[in-house]
Design a protein around this ligand. Sequence first.
Ligand SMILES: C[S@@+](CC[C@H](N)C(=O)[O-])C[C@H]1O[C@@H](n2cnc3c(N)ncnc32)[C@H](O)[C@@H]1O
Length: 221
Amino acid sequence: MTVDKNPKKIIKMFDEISGYYDKMNNFISLGTHYFIKKTALKNLKIKSGSYVLDLCCGTGDFTKIISKISPKAKVVGLDNSVEMLKLAKLKNPNKVFMQGDCTSLPFKDDFDFITIGFGLRNIENRQKAISEIYKALKNGGKFLHLDFGNHNALSNIFDFIVPFFVKLLGSNPESYKYLLNSKKEYPEPDELIKEFENHGFKLYKRQDFIFGVISYQILQK
Ligand SMILES: C[S@@+](CC[C@H](N)C(=O)[O-])C[C@H]1O[C@@H](n2cnc3c(N)ncnc32)[C@H](O)[C@@H]1O
């Protein structure tokens, strides 16, 4: 199975599901996604006044948590879906958001921290995105990657939960078929860490949740 991650299709899909996105996340994770995001971001130890780029910011959860944890950090959220960005701006009225593509970032050695949550999985040219992230970070800067982790038996639970809630919410079933397939096709953390290391990153910290179903890794440039 090869999942179609054509960038235009991906933008269209996220534009379409933007209105359901937060509800769906809360339902399928029973609210745990917020706790996991918060734990990962706390462990990034963002220093006051530092520059943070939140890639694939979606509806702005990471941006909001970062602003709470480190109110003096200068956070920029970036996403290529206009509809997701509108919701991010509603959630974070005083923060800066920009439309952009992770595979072509207009930055070089600019950020102390870069975060990407449930985003890299959707990018067709993942290697280009990783090299752009490396380029945008300052030397010694840290990169947080959070997404689904190991493809174990427990991770298959989403195959049952997701279609149920899609029906309940009246959302487009194709979008969530994509979610399930992209999750299965995405490399497990061990493999991803090797990819990050091939770009020059060094693993700083890794933490797994729910028996490895969700995992984050912090990498240093
Ligand atoms: C699953 S959402 C994650 C949102 C948020 N980070 C969270 O954890 O809730 C993935 C987001 O990545 C964005 N995205 C996908 N490909 C992208 C790309 N190449 N450049 C920028 N954003 C992209 C989508 O528009 C979508 O908002």
